[in-house]
Design a protein around this ligand. Structure first.
Ligand SMILES: [Zn+2]
Length: 564
């Protein structure tokens, strides 16, 4: 699937255009819009002809031709020209949060900044602070964000990694009848928010054939190593995939071993030794006789050592082995436990689908309830609803509600920005007419811990707030979270019956699982919502469920609107 690659290139083109001397804003917007449409298009755009491409909203004649060119040649000549003509490494620089094309342009002309190294030097020497429109604060935050970008450079978001792994497995199974068992391991199986390499484990009746088939995958850019039991490749999607071929009688123990994490495995090996066993990727063996007593099934391996199977999401060495031994493991929630979605946007603000389309999809997903939460107030980028448009919004919800009367309960909500002083950015008397309010921070991220804590605590005095949306504001691999006094804020939220969100959008996954654990300890209920801006994005719920499972959440930890 080339959608993500094309979308990235379109975004980059928009950035290059924005850097030009007299930017053509119409063209810039066109490329940004095209990038968004291609990214959210559910099928591979490589399979479409020019007529089909032009039917996608936001794709015009020229962007359709660009897509055809990329599908055929693997690159877009226009983009290559733009890159060549530019004196700076734009793509590298705009990866730094807070640095956009306009900033890059200024930094280049004033300070000669061409790449991250130059930028770092300029910030460290204090030159950025002296530029007009910058200052000490933005210099510090640029330095911090450079560090963050360097650390996160090699990591891939879970949704992207998962899709790549599932497609690879599908290909292997389809082209090779020798495969007995296959799965992915590592941090992907533990459902971490970002992934380094992808590990695939396979048992095969013909390891040689299976390995050959693996290195013939069409998405490979470079074969890094090829053997009968271990092979590695680098994919066009810029991620490494390792394949290990395992005898079927050791598949369970190998899967356990290659799922990790390391500390969990070290502890598990210690437990095995205490019991008079040896544990390796080949199985559990009696120490004295070397007799194998488990290895084929991962479940049996765990039951032998710690009495109960431990779900991969929990294997982070955070007490899960003790919980298993003492029969205290949580009964983790599953996607089937999710009965509704309480954050989504429609064409009333910055969503791409109508209320009717969103409601139909929620019905298809089997939900019992859903809530519209278009942006309200002064968020200009999000085309937010103004007080004068409030009634129109409510009227349409009423219409959709009538249409779906027997199928789903539809709630009227809104997503409202929490201003720096904690006030909500909308008329209070109108907010009181809503069924619920998602309050979230969308601007003014430059706060210290105390400011952020107080911003939330004063917001909590407003009784209309039901849920806090994406509570730390982070964008994975792009923008670090802002910090606040977590315990204080969660305790106060819990006292006021304010629910914390797990934003399931894989760009956010906010709260993180570590913070969900703290929120739960402080008595907060958790709402998992997709923050969908289109019908397709309503499918993102599973990523929020991954976070909840990693945090050890059970059904009763979830906020259920109907219980109230
Ligand atoms: Zn938001």
């Amino acid at each position: 699937m080339i959608n993500q690659e094309v979308s990235q290139i379109f975004n980059n083109i928009a950035d290059y255009l924005e850097m030009q001397d007299s930017p053509n804003f119409f063209r810039i917007r066109a490329f940004k819009k095209a990038a968004e449409s291609v990214d959210s298009y559910p099928e591979d755009v490589a399979n479409l002809n020019i007529y089909e491409l032009k039917k996608i909203p936001g794709i015009g004649d020229s962007t359709a031709k660009d897509i055809l060119e990329y599908a055929k040649a693997g690159k877009i000549a226009y983009y290559e020209e733009l890159k060549k003509a530019s004196p700076v490494k734009l793509e590298e620089l705009v990866r730094i949060q807070g640095v956009g094309p306009k900033t890059v342009k200024k930094l280049y002309y004033k300070l000669g900044v061409k790449n991250i190294d130059d930028l770092k030097k300029a910030a460290e020497s204090g030159k950025i602070a002296t530029l007009e429109g910058f200052g000490e604060k933005s210099q510090v935050s640029i330095l911090e964000n450079i560090k963050f970008a360097i650390v996160n450079k090699e990591r891939t978001r879970i949704d992207i990694a998962l899709e790549i792994a599932e497609k690879y497995i599908e290909y292997l199974k389809k082209n090779d009848a020798h495969i007995i068992k296959i799965n992915y391991g590592g941090s992907l199986r533990r459902k971490n928010e970002t992934i380094g390499d992808i590990d695939l484990l396979v048992s095969s009746k013909n390891p040689k054939k299976t390995s050959e088939n693996f290195v013939n995958y069409p998405e490979i850019e470079k074969v890094l190593g090829a053997g009968d039991t271990k092979s590695s490749v680098w994919l066009k999607q810029k991620i490494q995939v390792d394949l290990r071929v395992i005898p079927v009688e050791s598949f369970g123990s190998a899967l356990q071993y290659f799922t990790g994490n390391k500390d969990h495995n070290v502890l598990l090996r210690k437990i095995a030794i205490k019991k008079g066993y040896k544990l390796s990727e080949y199985g559990i063996f009696k120490k004295l006789t070397n007799k194998k007593i488990a290895g084929k099934s991962e479940k049996r391996l765990y039951e032998k050592l710690v009495n109960h199977y431990i779900e991969p999401e929990l294997r982070e060495d955070e007490g899960e082995l003790d919980l298993a031994i003492n029969n205290k493991l949580p009964k983790l929630i599953t996607l089937e436990n999710i009965k509704g979605d309480l954050q989504m946007h429609t064409t009333h603000s910055d969503g791409t689908n109508t209320m009717l389309e969103m409601a139909q999809k929620c019905v298809d997903l089997g939900y019992k309830y859903m809530g519209f939460t278009d942006h309200f107030g002064n968020l200009q980028v999000a085309n937010a609803i103004q007080p004068g448009e409030f009634n129109k919004y409510i009227d349409e919800i009423e219409e959709v509600r009538n249409k779906f009367k027997d199928k789903i309960k539809i709630l009227a909500g809104g997503e409202i920005n929490i201003k720096a002083g904690g006030e909500l950015d909308f008329k209070q008397n109108l907010l009181e007419k809503l069924d619920f309010v998602v309050a979230s921070i969308h601007s003014g991220f430059k706060m210290n811990v105390e400011q952020a804590t107080n911003r939330y605590l004063s917001a909590f005095e407003n009784p209309v707030i039901t849920i806090i949306g994406h509570p730390t504001g982070r964008l994975l691999t792009k923008r670090p979270p802002f910090e606040f006094d977590y315990e204080k804020v969660f305790q106060e939220a819990s006292k006021n019956n304010i629910v914390m969100e797990i934003n399931a959008h894989p760009m956010r996954l906010d709260l993180s699982y570590q913070l969900v654990k703290i929120a739960k300890k402080c008595g907060c209920k958790i709402q998992i919502s997709t923050d969908a801006h289109s019908v397709e994005e309503l499918n993102l719920m599973k990523y929020g469920v991954f976070v909840a499972r990693k945090a050890g959440l059970e059904k009763d930890d979830l906020y259920e609107y109907f219980d109230k």
